[in-house]
Design a protein around this ligand. Structure first.
Ligand code: PEP
Ligand code: MG
Length: 893
């Protein structure tokens, strides 16, 4: 097999095999851009290595052949004493995993070749600096030595010299540092630092392969839902040097601002530095615009290349580049990560510029991003007042409004968030070891590093609020406190608010308000007016497009007229689930209690007739808010005991009354009923259709209320379209009985009113047996609505009320699943049942309406699945309606 490709052999579509970095290096090479020559070892080789613990047959030879070819091309030998070729060994997986895997630079240096490098470059200091970097990176990455040992040695060297910047260490200092580093290696590994250049290279390749399985990489993959078995490619690239003096440097840039999406290049540059210095945020960078002053020629060439890349990829690209003594080199490019707002703005701009079609544009934004734009933000009134003083300002690295208690290390962030606290992770800078804390935090604040620092890149990827590089804040992680320039001190546990859109940091909790995107959906901002900014306008354009493109309808789960009206404003085309349980709570409790406690049929009828007019009114309001659109009303679902008082409280009350000799007859009756109705597993107990079958008159009362409300609406000139839905059906017999009763009531009400009432009667499919016998059930159901909450609960045997708090975090940690199946549909299991039921339901009744009303109706990935299996609609909470509209449109595209 071919395991190694030169850069000239690949292209950008070979990401599976060459990884993102390798494929794009190849693409740039073939575009004629200045890429240092090199080659890529495939992900296939990595997978073999990880599976077998050894290199695949032929790989070593292929690497050697390519290395020899590279040496010839460069006219130098790897690590040759007089004029050494040096290479970098860099990871590069199919999906970008910033900083999660390993890189080793300056391979080929040893005690002899360092002299050759000094000679050739005419810069001794540079040569020794490169050598110490090699030992440091190799030691840490390949030999697993604690990186702090090297950092401490550097700190000691600086202290001994009385300087704070590593640029002030001279050749002799660095030479001594190399000796010190070698001692560390010998001390930790029991052997000398390996001096054979080819051994250095091969060991680095293996280490990069192995870094695929590093815990932080595994965690990142689970978080980002990246499959665990892809493996990484390895890029071996001839070194160019950004640390050859002040006419050299290294930088990171974006062809547009990844935070806002605004046009114009954006980036950070660091003079006299090598690769990782920028991303790690160890020294403060200058903005890319300063490069024009520093090196006008390279700046101009870079601008030209960025323009070429944007036109070629037809998207925002991010790049890494190095300038070696005035010569520009491209080290990496890819279609760059961006914030939600930037994603919408950029897609829209590219359409305007004629670079992409609207159809492509909607494929470049996601429902998750839209959901992020709908998050509340800080109230401008509250932050603009004279008495409000921000603690400080950093860079707006990833937008949003985050409030929480300040914590200063990842461990505390995780611990506190587990116990339900909201936290803001405050660090000088973050590194990949902070990942868990970043996941746990509401937001991230750093005092060092630019918009391309680790914290910024990772936070944007996670959609988490981040303010970075707030230099004026002195973040003291050792003493767990932060000091503002005004002298305010924030101790661990103090509440702060960070604004990822403005970069401002506030003491205390700043109130939040609706986002403009929500106000647009609510109809409060007209996209054609100047109240609307370009973000609202781009969202508006995309929504128009997806609404025309999608096949599925989007309904909402709503059970009050207010929610129904809001859902309608958000674009809902009906109600897919009106739960009726809340209509039995509040001041109606006594009536419901009487119903449950009734000793005689008369008593029962009386309480039902008392409930009837109330229910009629409930339904009337909702039908009015959704006039002309379907409203699926579900008959009562939860177990009866939920309407009775808490058993412990009641027992205490009865006992106290008894002891005091007070009258407690009613309480006692209720208590007995509570005992009678008590169930070990109420979710599997007397609820849904079962309740309808054993409490006479309950469901027919509800059906009558729906029908009478419809009659009232018709008389008032409306167009009510109620549908009656029966929950928790397991067998067609249950459905048949309830349906016959319902139709009898509908006929009665119709006759009383002199109207033909034809309301569809259908069922939820939320038990495995219902899904498996869908063909029979469809004979008696005019529609199915998949209740994927209960279906997930019963297919997995997971209690939906308990598992998320008990063992799901362990499951997520161990990678049993990447996301909770209650959040995103388990396609293989639950999805299979949905597919079977949809097919068999349709076969039995070709015009059956199919929808879903579990939480999954608003989850992007699940929406795509529902589109694929041919459902007619999804129903979700009002706030998710725009998300579902967008995803249904994208799925149809
Ligand atoms: C369901 O089970 O998916 C459903 C929508 O019903 P509920 O969540 O009310 O049980
Ligand atoms: Mg249910």
């Amino acid at each position: 097999a071919k395991y190694v490709y030169t850069f000239a052999e690949g292209n950008k579509d070979m990401k599976d095999l060459l990884g993102g970095k390798g494929a794009n290096l190849a693409e740039m090479t073939n575009l004629g851009l200045p890429v240092p020559p090199g080659f890529t070892i495939t992900t296939e080789a990595c997978r073999h290595y990880l599976d077998h613990g050894s290199m695949p047959d032929g790989l070593d030879e292929q690497i050697e052949t390519h290395l020899v070819r590279l040496e010839k091309e460069m006219g130098r030998g790897l690590g040759r004493p007089d004029d050494p070729l040096l290479v970098s060994v860099r990871s590069g997986a199919r999906f970008s995993m910033p900083g999660m895997m390993e890189t080793v630079l300056n391979i080929g240096l040893n005690d002899e070749s360092v002299l050759g490098l000094a000679e050739r470059s005419g810069d001794e200091r540079f040569a020794w600096d490169s050598y110490r970097r090699l030992i440091q990176m190799f030691g840490k990455t390949v030999q697993d030595i604690d990186g702090d040992l090297f950092e401490e040695a550097i700190e000691e060297a600086k202290k001994a010299k009385g300087v704070t910047d590593d640029l002030h260490l001279d050749t002799d200092d660095l030479r001594r540092l190399v000796d010190r580093f070698k001692e560390i290696v010998a001390d930790r590994t029991g052997g000398p630092f390996p001096t054979d250049p080819r051994e250095q290279m091969i060991r680095a390749v293996r280490a990069v392969f192995e870094s695929w399985n590093a815990p932080r990489a595994a965690l990142y993959r689970r978080q980002e839902r990246i499959p665990a078995d892809l493996g990484t490619a390895v890029n071996i690239c001839s070194m160019v040097f950004g640390n050859l003096g002040m006419d050299s440097g290294t930088g990171v840039a974006f062809t547009r601002d990844p935070a806002t999406g605004r046009t114009g290049v954006y980036g950070d540059y660091l003079q006299n530095a090598q690769g990782e210095d920028v991303v790690a945020g160890v020294r403060n960078t200058v903005p890319l615009t300063d490069l024009e002053r520093i090196d006008a020629h390279s700046h101009e060439e870079l601008m030209g290349i960025m323009n070429t890349l944007e036109n070629h990829y037809r998207d925002l690209c991010d790049i890494e580049f190095t300038i070696e003594r005035g010569k520009l080199w491209m080290l990496q490019t890819r279609v760059g990560k961006r914030t939600a707002a930037a994603a919408f703005r950029i897609a829209d701009q590219l359409v305007e510029q004629g670079m992409i079609t609207l159809d492509e544009a909607v494929q470049r934004v996601t429902g998750d991003q839209l959901a992020q734009l709908m998050f509340p933000r800080f109230d401008e009134e509250a932050t603009s007042g004279d008495d409000v003083h921000p603690l400080g300002r950093g860079m707006n690295a990833s937008p949003g409004a985050a409030v929480g208690k300040a914590v200063f290390d990842s461990y505390t962030a995780v611990k506190w968030s587990r116990s339900g606290e909201r936290v803001i992770l405050c660090r000088r800078e973050t590194n990949p070891d902070d990942l868990e804390g970043m996941i746990a935090a509401e937001g991230i604040l750093t005092s060092r590093g630019g918009k391309t620092s680790h914290a910024a890149v990772v936070a944007r990827g996670m959609g988490k609020t981040c303010v970075c590089g707030a230099e004026e804040l002195d973040i003291d992680t050792k003493n767990r406190r932060m000091t503002a320039p005004g002298g305010e001190v924030v101790e661990e546990g103090d509440v702060i608010s960070i604004d990822g859109t403005s970069g401002l940091v506030y003491l205390g909790e700043v109130p939040v308000v609706d986002s403009p995107v929500v106000r647009y959906f609510e109809g409060e901002i007209d996209p054609a007016s100047d109240q609307a900014d370009d973000l609202v306008r781009s969202v508006d354009r995309m929504m128009h497009y997806v609404d025309a493109a999608r096949r599925m309808y989007v309904r909402a789960n709503a059970d009050t007229p207010e929610d129904a009206a809001r859902a309608r404003r958000m674009g809902a085309q009906g109600i897919g689930l009106c739960r009726t349980e809340h209509m039995f709570l509040g001041d109606r409790r006594p009536l419901v209690e009487r119903l449950i406690l009734a000793d005689t049929p008369e008593e029962q009828r009386e309480s039902l007739s008392a409930l009837l007019p109330l229910q009629r009114e409930d339904f009337g309001g909702i039908l009015e808010a959704m006039d002309g659109l379907p409203v699926t009303v579900r008959l009562l679902d939860p177990p009866l005991h939920e309407f009775l008082p808490d058993i412990t409280e009641l027992s205490v009350r009865v006992a106290v009354a008894e002891a005091r000799g007070e009258d407690h007859e009613n309480d006692l009756r209720v208590l007995q009923a509570v005992h009678r109705l008590h169930e070990q597993n109420p979710m599997l107990g007397l609820r849904g259709v079962r309740l309808g079958l054993v409490v006479p008159g309950l469901f027919t009362m509800q059906v009558r209320a729906i029908a009478e409300a419809a009659v009232d609406r018709i008389r008032a000139g409306g167009r009510p379209r109620p549908e009656i839905m029966i929950p928790l059906v397991g067998t067609v017999q249950e459905l048949e009985i309830i349906k016959d009763d319902a139709q009898r009531v509908l006929r009665e009400v119709g006759e009383e009113a002199g109207l033909e009432l034809e309301l569809p009667v259908g069922t939820m499919i939320e038990l495995p047996r219902a899904a498996l016998t869908a063909g029979q059930i469809a004979e008696n159901a005019e529609f199915f609505s998949f209740g994927t909450n209960d279906l997930t609960q019963t297919v997995w045997g997971f209690s939906r009320d308990d598992v998320e708090a008990s063992f799901f975090s362990a499951y997520l940690e161990k990678g049993v699943f990447g996301v909770s199946p209650f959040e995103s549909l388990d396609v293989d299991g639950v999805g299979r049942l949905v597919r079977i039921a949809a097919e068999e339901g349709r076969a039995a009744r070709p015009d059956i309406k199919l929808g879903v009303c579990g939480e999954h109706g608003g989850d992007p990935a699940s929406v795509h699945f529902f589109h694929k299996v041919g459902l007619d609609y999804v129903s979700c909470s009002p706030f998710r309606v725009p998300v579902a509209r967008l995803e249904a449109g994208r799925a149809a595209g």
